[in-house]
Design a protein around this ligand. Structure first.
Ligand code: GLN
Length: 265
């Protein structure tokens, strides 16, 4: 069985180590003996390439790169991404990527960048002199179906550990937030929300990268992709995540958030 990971604009949208999300999905699938293809989705890709993938990964980008990407992501290519997300293709979209999946992003300098309008959210950078949102980020996943499915996998409430670094502030419309901020700033530093969850798309400000720090989310993406593709139930064999769990524990300790509830294991 094969999983095709579509990686949005690897050269333009890979700030802060977000390629770690691709590597994590690739390795965790291969360790379970699934064949994996990583397909870059960029200026050279066709809408058919986009339609062929089983998981979509989109990383962060700087304002200028976001503009270049949005100039390319028009017409049939934009439709293909919309259709994939609407059809439930799982994905993880970090920082600049969710800004592009929303209605628009207003950069610090220059004109508003129109987004794909898939997520009901808008993002605005309040200007070059305003403070960036930088630092460790811990959230509790509150998106109801995702929280339930992650809890069923791990046996405990899902908390995600990451690192945020963004100038843009995001305001959600009707889309469900991914979670509530436990530590850090999240979508806008005001309303306590972080990210968004729509169909099976996880949108977050959390770099880290996210998946190596929260491997159960990678497994959720893999299982969701397999179920959708092969229309049957899948159970992934367990992996030794001792190092990742120790990393989480030490971050919770450092941020003085230690609670047995927050340590997956
Ligand atoms: N350019 C966006 C911002 O500053 C996204 C940054 C990022 O992806 N890290 O908000």
């Amino acid at each position: 069985m094969e999983i095709i990971i579509g990686w949005l604009y690897p050269k333009l949208m890979s700030t802060y180590g977000d390629r770690g999300n691709v590597i994590t999905l690739q390795r965790r699938s291969q360790w379970r003996e699934y064949d994996v293809t990583v397909l870059p989705l960029d200026q050279n890709s066709t809408p058919q390439d986009i339609r062929s993938v089983d998981i979509i990964v989109g990383g962060g980008a700087q304002d200028r790169q976001q503009e270049i990407v949005m100039r390319d992501l028009q017409g049939a290519k934009a439709d293909a991404i919309k259709d994939k997300i609407e059809q439930g293709t799982p994905g993880v979209f970090t920082c600049g990527s969710p800004q592009l999946l929303g209605h628009y992003y207003e950069p610090a300098l220059g004109k508003r960048i129109q987004g794909l309008g898939i997520l009901d959210l808008v993002s605005v950078h309040p200007g070059e002199t305003s403070k960036r949102c930088i630092g460790n980020l811990v959230i509790e996943v509150t998106a109801s179906r995702l929280a339930r499915e992650l809890q069923a996998m791990t046996g405990i409430k899902p908390y995600l550990v990451g690192f945020e670094n963004h100038g843009g502030r995001t305001k959600l419309g009707t889309v469900e937030p991914l979670g509530r901020v436990v530590y850090g700033l999240g979508n806008n530093g005001e309303d306590g929300t972080e990210g968004a969850f729509y169909q099976n798309a996880i949108a977050t400000y959390s770099h880290g990268p996210l998946l190596p720090k929260n491997p159960f989310v990678a497994d959720w993406l893999i299982v969701t992709a397999l179920k959708l593709k092969y229309q049957q139930e899948f159970e992934l064999s367990p992996l030794d995540d001792t190092l990742a769990l120790q990393g989480r524990e030490s971050m919770f300790n450092r941020l003085k958030l230690t609670s047995s509830l927050m340590i997956n294991g």
